[in-house]
Design a protein. Structure first.
Length: 393
């Protein structure tokens, strides 16, 4: 049966890798592409939609509608724009949806897709961090699945095939350490957005690349592990592994430690989710262990990377703390990229926002509904803007 496919965030790094795999696996000969979404890269979105003969192309920005419409003229692809159009795209019947919008903006379309019983391939880790219990309950209620696409979580997912989750003693996710892993700690406050935007091992979007340098990405992933697999926080750890060849390890109660190895190429995790439960021949490099020679590991230091300590606090608190954490992190990242705050001040902003919003149980006494998640997201961004204004740069 031909599968109906939708890709949210098609013009991004994960999106492009997804389009590449869909194209290699036959493109419009093999799939019915229902909808593709992008942001400001209209020329590329239109090109993808034409190549894959999509029914619909959506830009997240209303002001880009005319350009998209013009770029699609004569193609037969429908154009639409704005957040509501993204939701409408999620309403169109699909069998498999890639959720690869960056940031909390990915939550609403993903939730909507789950309500239609669509399989959700989830790169957008922010969805799980902000609204994990809600997302999983929605998937269960509508008898569908969320397939992890983050490389570490895909690795854990694969290591768990055929295993009993109760036999899991620990999960270790690896971190490259990002751009500044070898910098002296005292130099970190001078780090510029340009320096933070280059990753030693992975080619990714700018925001996640900077989040790798600050370890906010790993912090999000620790929370994502807890939420997705339902594993107790004390059983989850991150370790620095500069080569990025092992993506995660799962330890079982008999002492066995199963590692997932692969070249740092997101097409592996995307391809696994696309072909699950089968395995397809994927265009990823095969590891030559002898050439690799050795793999290294170091402790992930919470003094160097306070984001990891904050993740522990978020996991312990639960409730809507993840929504406040993610939104304040996004606001702090914007402030750093806009040169309003220093690299090291991002974690200070997040910590101050968490402290302010969690007073009187404000983040844990409330039900995790979509409305409440979006409300906390909004409050956290407002509070972050206040904190940013008080900081000296
Ligand atoms: P990119 O920045 O490369 O791409 C983001 C995509 O979302 C683009 O299509 C962009 O459009 C679109 N977009 C941006 N802002 C909005 C918005 N407000 N509303 C709707 N669409 C928007 O990000 P990545 O591909 O790197 O990351 C995507 C997600 O996958 C993130 O959640 C990230 O954490 C996760 N992830 C990424 C990995 C990677 O290797 N890149 C690895 C693991 C997880 P346009 O570019 O046209 O403006
Ligand atoms: Mg990852």
């Amino acid at each position: 049966m031909r599968r109906r496919i939708t890709v949210f965030g098609a013009t991004g790094s994960i999106g492009e890798n997804t389009i590449d795999l869909l194209t290699r696996q036959g493109g419009p000969e093999s799939y019915d592409v229902v909808a593709l979404s992008g942001g400001r890269n209209i020329a590329r979105l239109a090109e993808q939609a034409r190549d894959l003969q999509a029914d619909l192309a959506v830009t997240a920005y209303p002001e880009c509608y005319d350009d998209l419409k013009a770029a699609l003229a004569g193609s037969g692809v429908e154009a639409a724009a704005g957040p509501e159009a993204l939701v409408e795209a999620a309403d169109r019947p699909s069998d498999w949806i890639m959720s690869s919008i960056v940031g909390a903006a990915g939550l609403v379309p993903g939730m909507r897709a789950l309500k239609h019983g669509t399989t959700l391939a989830l790169a957008n880790k922010e969805s799980l961090v902000t609204a994990g219990p809600l997302l999983l309950a929605t998937a269960e209620q509508h008898k569908t699945r969320i397939l992890p696409v983050d490389s570490e979580h895909s690795a854990v997912f694969q290591a768990l095939v055929g295993e009993d989750i109760d036999a899991v003693e620990r999960v270790v996710i690896t971190a490259s350490g990002g751009a500044f892993r070898d910098w002296p700690i005292e130099d970190l406050e001078k780090a510029t957005p340009e320096q933070a935007s280059s990753h030693p091992n992975w080619a990714m979007g700018q925001r996640i690349t900077v989040d790798s340098a600050s370890m906010f990405n790993k912090a999000l992933e620790l929370i994502e592990t807890k939420e997705y697999f339902g594993i107790a926080p004390e059983k989850i750890d991150a370790v620095v592994h500069p080569e990025s060849m092992i993506h995660a390890l799962v330890g079982f109660r008999d002492g066995a430690l199963m590692a997932h190895l692969g070249a740092p190429d997101m097409r592996h995790a995307i391809g696994y989710a696309l072909n699950w439960p089968d395995r397809a021949d994927l265009p990823v490099a095969r590891l030559d262990l002898v050439e690799l020679g050795q793999l290294n590991f170091r402790a992930a230091c919470e003094t160097r990377w306070p984001a990891l300590r904050l993740a522990r606090e978020v996991m312990a608190a639960g409730g809507l703390t993840g929504a406040a954490f993610n939104a304040s992190k996004e606001a702090a990242l914007d402030a750093f990229l806009g040169r309003q705050i220093k690299f090291t001040q991002m974690s200070q902003v997040v910590e101050a926002v968490l402290e302010a919003l969690s007073r009187d149980g404000g983040l844990t006494n409330t039900e995790i509904s979509l409305e409440n998640v979006l409300h906390v997201d909004h409050l956290a961004r407002e509070e972050a803007a206040r904190v940013v204004a008080t900081l000296e740069h």
